[in-house]
Write a protein that binds this ligand. Sequence first.
Ligand SMILES: Nc1ncnc2c1ncn2[C@@H]1O[C@H](COP(=O)(O)OP(=O)(O)O)[C@@H](O)[C@H]1O
Ligand SMILES: [Mg+2]
Length: 421
Amino acid sequence: MATEQLKPLRRPADYLIAGELGLSGMTRPVKGALAMGRLAKKLGKVGLLLPPRSAGEAALVEGLVVHAVESLDAAHRFLNGEIQLPAVKPDTSSTEETDISVGDFSEIKGQHALRRAVEVAVAGNHKLLMIGPPGAGKSMIAKRIPSIMPAPETEEQLEILSIHSAAGRTIRGERAWGVRPFRSPHHTISDVGLLGGGTIPGPGEISLAHNGVLFLDELPEFKRSALEVLRQPLEDGEVSISRSAGKITLPCAFMLVAAMNPCPCGYLGDSKHECRCSPTQIQRYRSRVSGPLLDRIDLHIDAPALSIAELRSAKPGESSALLRSRIDAAKARQLSRFASATITSNARMTHAHIRQHCQLDSTQGDLLQQAMEQLSLSARAYDRILKVSRTIADLAGSERIESPHLLEAIQYRSLDRKLFY
Ligand SMILES: Nc1ncnc2c1ncn2[C@@H]1O[C@H](COP(=O)(O)OP(=O)(O)O)[C@@H](O)[C@H]1O
Ligand SMILES: [Mg+2]
């Protein structure tokens, strides 16, 4: 219109319009159609015009009219009232596919302690670190954690899909409706890859893990800087990326799950392999995860490998559905506890919350103090233990924290005592 190649539009276009334009004037699909749909709705637009292959995705946003335009000419004629275009139907065919690679907890044999720690972590939204030799099943378990998290609500699902769509991943098959993301970035990942950004800014792994799980396998191998930059987003649930043109903020509320070997060769404490690492090597390896990040991990759990005989004889474990039902109940207790607060999970409790909801009787107080002293636990472990105790009590359906709950929570501080003191 500016160059007068087109007649000025007769009616004001209260549409959001996006698309890539080919030299021929035909439109090409764009990334992030779903996010655009959500924006159009938020801005109170009449509707959204998109290239055909992007339109179905945006139509997933309820109460928004999306039209597909094949060319710039079609867009102009539509806006000018010269042609009618049907409202595009939501592309649900792409979202009904289930992601078969997720797997179920019943496939995991033995590993009762590890399964239990995972249950506690998911129930209270706690961060988890698994320590065990290669082949212990750490990756296998981590991958299945989304299957025991509560099913995402519509809004959460739209957030997930928007982010993945903005990263240029097709929603088709990539992320099924009802499944939370599982992201497992390699330890060589760049800070930009992890946090997001780039010349054309896009979401990083932590945002792709939004509403799901971020799995950091081989935690000590990650660059120190990568672990440092994770701290703020972990706290805030969102990440700010500075650009010359300004700042963009992306959501990144994920559950952090990490795994590491007990020593550089991986076989320390293994009954079938000999560990060849020197004490200095072991200390150096472990100290790489010490400090600020470890500080924020509530549960540490040792995961020995099962022998072949154990793997063959062990019965299938509890199913994801069963675990999920217990976790849902524990989460419901937390929601009612924090009904008038701004938090929704035990992991987010402040000092004031802890004082109110994690009261110990004098015997339990003594017990905790004794454990702290005898196991030389750090002061920072204190609040973590109380929060985790609260979650264990919630899983047990108990109003009060009882001594067994407290004792179990103390056990999940193995790294504090064995490694750094
Ligand atoms: N507890 C288990 N139950 C069933 N299979 C297991 C278990 N532990 C290990 N496995 C088998 O061993 C393989 C390697 O496990 P993996 O999760 O990759 O171990 P890790 O990540 O601890 O090195 C798995 O794919 C699975 O076939
Ligand atoms: Mg692994």
